[in-house]
Design a protein around this ligand. Structure first.
Ligand code: NAD
Ligand code: WQD
Length: 354
């Protein structure tokens, strides 16, 4: 079992991954500035992992802090080592992720995503911790030239968010090349993470109006919003709406555990893997799956295409199966059922008592 630093561990994907890692027996130290999350998520993580008070203090430690603070990071690594529990590996979720916002405030995105990652890597290097799982994104593929998309497809991001993720991947390549036998790195390119823990205790809680399809649909179903705008009905797809590869967040969490196990077991390497299901679903298929799961209607209207959208993005996930023995286990109906469990029990997200 390892002791892991989880940056951004209170966020959507981080919180679900913490549950899986705790259940696998790892000890966690979460670093989060809570700029897009709440400590309540971690309280619920600890309940879901069935940690009692004593083991909670030892197995799920939480520090409020910023990944761009070199002194804070240095303290974290040094204190852990001097307490006899050095950090063995880092899972790095912390970052900003909204495409539209990245076009309005690119400096902020480059700062948090690139400078933050550089500070983290410098601290890791200084303290001899050279095992990292990094949250990359299918956004790197931009408008894909072939679908399903293999990891060898060209990197051609089309917005500042994507550019910042591509830059971190490049930095990781440069670092690994500088000390080939030392760094163990997995860049995991997520497709469209959605759904929630089946308990409905933790889930996605976007600030303000959701940018993404799934949280928007679930907020319509629960009555927080009137109707969904479907961006484009004339795409070259089965029903004219955009097709994406939706991956259940618990499958994604299990992918992180598998990647970590692989890095810890194998010689030093840099792995780059798509994490997706390999299955595409259209906007209308998502709407109908959610209606079935919730028993609610999701009214929608067709509007113009959204700038920057591709018609279809679907992962080729075969390399992850080959290298990690991992594949998704849950489909659109599971995603919708678990997403609804979260949304219906927490109509206002973490703001509302569950
Ligand atoms: P999230 O916003 O829910 O989680 C990110 C967490 O990082 C939050 O808890 C936030 O408070 C924290 N954070 C932000 N800036 C920080 C800083 N400077 N210092 C410390 N903590 C900070 O996002 P998520 O959906 O869980 O995404 C996690 C990672 O996965 C991100 O790097 C994101 O770019 C990447 N990713 C997400 C998606 C997606 O659709 N959700 C897809 C592909 C990749
Ligand atoms: C899915 C489909 C929309 C909202 C984004 C980021 C990507 C990654 C995941 C981080 C598309 C349609 C959406 C709505 C709609 N994030 N849609 N009405 O754009 O595939 O990916 O999240 O790395 O970088 O770009 O996801 O959920 O926004 O859209 O019709 O109100 O739903 O046009 O076809 P996307 P999404």
């Amino acid at each position: 079992m390892a002791r892991l630093l989880i940056t951004g561990g209170a966020g959507f994907i981080g919180s679900h991954t913490c549950v899986v890692l705790l259940q696998a027996g790892h000890d966690l130290l979460v670093l989060d500035d809570f700029s897009n999350s709440t400590p309540l998520a971690l309280e619920r993580v600890s309940a879901l992992a069935q940690l009692d008070n004593q083991s909670c203090q030892a197995r799920l430690q939480v520090r409020r802090g910023d990944i761009r603070d070199p002194a804070g990071l240095d303290n974290l690594f040094a204190q852990s080592a001097s307490a006899g529990a050095p950090i063995d590996a880092v899972i790095h979720f912390a970052g900003l992720k909204a495409v539209g916002e990245s076009m309005r405030v690119p400096l902020r995105y480059w700062d948090v995503n690139l400078t933050g990652s550089r500070c983290l890597l410098a601290a890791m290097d200084a303290h001899g911790c050279r095992t990292l799982v990094f949250s990359s994104s299918a956004t790197l593929y931009g408008y894909p030239e072939c679908v399903p998309i293999p990891e060898t497809a060209p990197i051609q991001p089309i917005n500042p968010y994507g550019h910042s993720k591509a830059a971190v991947e490049q930095l990781l390549h440069d670092l690994a090349a500088s000390a080939p036998n030392q760094w163990r790195i997995a860049c995991l390119r997520y497709f469209n993470p959605v759904g929630a823990h089946p308990s409905g205790e933790i889930g996605e809680d976007p600030l303000g109006t959701p940018n993404n399809l799934f949280p928007f649909v679930s907020q319509v179903a629960v009555g927080r919003r009137k109707s969904l705008q479907v961006f484009g009905g004339d795409w070259p797809t089965n029903d004219g709406t955009g097709v994406r590869d939706y991956i259940h967040v618990m499958d994604l969490a299990e992918g992180h555990r598998a990647a970590l196990d692989c890095l810890l077991a194998e010689p030093a390497q840099l792995l780059t893997l798509n994490l997706g299901s390999g299955q595409g679903a259209s906007v209308l298929e998502v709407v109908h799956a959610f209606e079935r799961a919730s028993g609610r209607q999701v009214p929608y209207e067709h509007v113009a295409r959204r700038a920057g959208d591709a018609a279809i993005t679907v992962a080729d996930p075969s390399l992850a199966l080959q290298r990690l023995g991992w594949r998704t286990q849950r489909g659109l109906d599971d995603i919708s059922r678990d997403g609804w469990a979260w949304q219906s029990a927490n109509p206002d997200g973490y703001d509302e008592p569950g």
